[in-house]
Design a protein. Structure first.
Length: 168
């Protein structure tokens, strides 16, 4: 099991690690591309529950999340999981600057008491979908705020507070 075998996805308001998702998506892409959503979701949850604990009470939520990831993988339109609070993404391969920005954001969100989900996107294909040409890149609520550098603390706080006020 390598680090890349575990993928983080959103299931309702939680970010969870799923083992074997990329392999399942790759294996199913061609055969299931035109199948009904219900069949795709059921197949994915059955297949992935062999390696991952999926509570019976959360099975429907996992189906929705797996279907969303399948559509994303195929490049089809999909509905993003609504999140409570800010949706923050750090795009970068995991270099010291990227990791530093992620840690800085976690500390700031806690310090200024803002509800947010922070995701570090390391997958090159996913980073490419954002069209950024440098790392780290910072995305807050779907808006690219910074590329290629760690912004000053005051600027980060300003962006976080502005985005939080827009949601209120």
């Amino acid at each position: 099991m390598t680090k890349e075998d575990v993928v983080q996805i959103k299931v309702e308001n939680y970010t969870v690690g799923i083992m074997g998702l990329n392999a399942a998506l790759k294996d199913m892409a061609e055969a299931y591309a035109e199948k009904p959503d219900t069949e795709v979701a059921e197949t994915l949850v059955n297949r992935l529950s062999k390696k991952n604990y999926i509570p019976q009470t959360a099975r429907e939520s996992y189906k929705k999340a797996f279907l969303r990831e399948f559509k994303k993988y195929l490049g089809k339109p999909f509905e993003e999981e609504p999140s409570a609070g800010l949706d923050i993404k750090v795009l970068g391969p995991g270099c010291p600057q990227c990791d530093g920005l992620e840690q800085e954001l976690m500390a700031m969100v806690s310090k200024i008491r803002i509800t947010a989900s922070i995701e570090h996107v390391r997958d090159i294909k996913e980073i490419g979908r954002w069209g950024v040409m440098g790392s780290p890149a910072l995305i807050i609520n779907g808006q690219v705020k910074s590329v290629g550098k760690i912004p000053p603390r005051a600027r980060l706080i300003q962006w976080l507070e502005e985005a939080n006020a827009e949601q209120a």
